[in-house]
Ligand binder design. Structure first.
Ligand code: ZN
Length: 179
């Protein structure tokens, strides 16, 4: 089984409408949280910036949450803008839904494939693993990874999941010998 890995090369942009300039793209930049204490309650936001006008917006991570209910390591992560925590927060589907944005993965990921096989006997099995939840169309990913046309993909690939439906969970497929 040949491994293919989908991974991000940077954080994706956010598709959400800027209230100032109506642009629909925002970035986390270097990634900054803001933590605000109100008595024993904490608010945590992730700051994002409009890519057109630089206006900063605050996206709610935690709202009026008792200090004691935070994992200390997590709270420290918010205070020091831990890049891993920025990434896991941004990629959390619940966070996206609550703050009404979608992720724009254009140019923010790559597909790592092993060197082209020469001595393999057909058919060849490939396992696609997602290091990050990048939404891809299997049909396109396979065409890109194998250097095949979309028609060749439809002819030579056997796959248990629909090739045209976007996915970001791992799958396997089989490449049949060419003509
Ligand atoms: Zn703007």
């Amino acid at each position: 089984m040949l491994p293919w890995v989908v991974r991000r090369t940077r954080l994706p942009l956010l598709s959400s409408r800027c209230v100032a300039c109506r642009s629909e793209s925002a970035t986390t930049g270097e990634g900054r949280f803001r933590v605000n204490a109100n008595g024993k309650l904490l608010d945590v936001w992730l700051l994002v910036r409009c890519v057109s006008c630089d206006r900063t917006a605050k996206l709610t991570v935690r709202e009026r949450t008792p200090v004691g209910s935070f994992d200390p390591a997590e709270l420290r992560g918010y205070r020091v803008n831990d890049p891993e925590l920025v990434a896991s927060t941004l990629l959390d589907p619940l966070f996206a839904r609550r703050n009404r944005f979608t992720l724009d993965w254009t140019g923010a990921w790559r597909l790592d494939t092993p060197p082209v096989w020469h001595d393999e006997t057909w058919p060849v099995q490939v396992e696609v693993v997602f290091d990050d939840p990048v939404p891809v169309r299997p049909e396109r990913l396979i065409a890109q990874g194998l250097g095949l046309s979309r028609n060749q993909v439809l002819r030579r690939i056997k796959c248990d999941i629909p090739l045209r439906r976007t996915t970001s969970t791992g799958f396997t497929f089989t490449v049949m010998a060419g003509d």
